[in-house]
Design a protein around this ligand. Sequence first.
Ligand SMILES: Cc1cc2nc3c(=O)[nH]c(=O)nc-3n(C[C@H](O)[C@H](O)[C@H](O)COP(=O)(O)OP(=O)(O)OC[C@H]3O[C@@H](n4cnc5c(N)ncnc54)[C@H](O)[C@@H]3O)c2cc1C
Length: 493
Amino acid sequence: MNREKKEVVCIGAGIMSATLSMLLKKLMPDATIKVYEVLNEVAGESSSALNNAGTGHSGFCELNYTPEISDGSIDISKAVHTASQFELSKEFWSYLVTQQYISSPDTFIHSTPHYSFVENEKDIQFLKKRYNAMIKHPLFKSMKYSENRKEIESWIPLVMEGRNEKQKVAATRIDLGTDIDFGALTREIFNHLQSKNEIELHLNHKVKDIDKMNDGKWNLKIQNKKTDESFQVSADFVFIGAGGGAILLLEKSGIREARGFGGFPVGGEWLICNNEKIVQRHHAKVYGKANLGAPPMSVPHLDTRMIMGEKKLLFGPFAVFSTKFLKHGSFLDLFKSLQFENIGAMIEAGWHNMDLTQYLIDQVKLTKKQKIEALKEYLPMAAIEDWDEEVAGQRVQVIEKDKEKGGVLKFGTEVIFAKDTSIAALLGASPGASTAVDIMINLIKQCFPEEYNSDKWQSKLTEMIPSFNKDFNEESYCDDVRKKSHEILQLNL
Ligand SMILES: Cc1cc2nc3c(=O)[nH]c(=O)nc-3n(C[C@H](O)[C@H](O)[C@H](O)COP(=O)(O)OP(=O)(O)OC[C@H]3O[C@@H](n4cnc5c(N)ncnc54)[C@H](O)[C@@H]3O)c2cc1C
């Protein structure tokens, strides 16, 4: 029999803690949920609009989600999984809009066609094969493919303008794609929870330490950054939703399950267009093929974004190396995370990812002029004076002990939880915010197993996220779910 977990503490006020707080409050209305955030605002790190790419990851355009396997076929399973996860997110956000917990979908989500665009013969063959594999699945059936320059020009004119006429090109397009301001979404969720006194949100509070007490509860040492006072809080259940800061806190908790994990920080940097005429002529997210060694979050893309009601155009992200685990973190973060249990795995992971190391070295050396050259592959007419450099968010890739290789670098997200299910942490960041709902449902399933299986929780979850235990392999079901959520979220169908 699991102990009741009615006193919940979430560390960090990003999209993950917002999603978990909302879900738990609806499932356990009598729970007390306290959220501690070191910054003076919510969503000030990775969930902030400019700190991520705002792609509603649905496997439509991310070419690295559909690798070509040894028999020459395309494996679309990751794209299907990600697209299915994203359908759950849209269902949950629709529930929040219907309940008027969120003022309007227009505050955070907008239809933005997703394109994949490639140039050379090998990549064109890959894209065609990928398209043929994907349109058979109900989730991707509306995808269009073209090698016709005129048609592609009508889709993405700026990408074609000034391009060598002899150069063969190909693109896929899906109108169901979205752009999301995850910062606005996080603020909307926390605003609602706070205005109804459903949670306690403490900004400017840093969690310094976490210890297990003899009665099975957790004791958190917290510092008020404004007054410098420190105090302690106890909890039955702790969620470490501290983004890049999660690994350091997980190590402090001392749970066995955290041993051997390490983190490798990779930052991002954008080029942001300052020429309004160009911004207004592009309305799409255009993803290309990543260079050898590039980590998944550094697949270049040309992105229309809607941030605080304003249309923007971003290109990137370029990878940046820093030893900080958070944008507002310390340069000592990487060194502080090194422990006897993870140092071997960290060295081995570095050794087995020399192409990533080389890629990072090359990226760090890029001048603005060289970044514009990279942009020209997408916008041949790009001019250096129309673009400004801007720092994006910081991600920490998970390094895990591995029996064969010693240590491996992981690019997805990992939920680590203690055997007694009293504490859980989210590590890693990809695909990230778009899939927060599915990640948090699974966390609840693992950490609140009896309650999760109860009729009460199953029926509440079904009310909030009707497809949470279904798949989207059947066409009419997939169409119905999309029709409903796209209507509520005011998105293209
Ligand atoms: C360059 C880049 C591009 C990305 N693009 C996309 C994309 O296109 N689509 C997508 O879905 N996802 C994307 N992501 C990933 C996405 O941003 C993250 O998955 C998501 O924002 C993580 O949310 P979080 O709540 O876990 O972390 P965060 O938003 O980082 O929140 C963690 C919070 O914890 C706080 N904190 C840390 N330590 C402490 C402490 N000790 N005490 C108190 N508070 C603490 C931090 O200040 C922070 O506010 C991208 C990320 C990056 C960096």
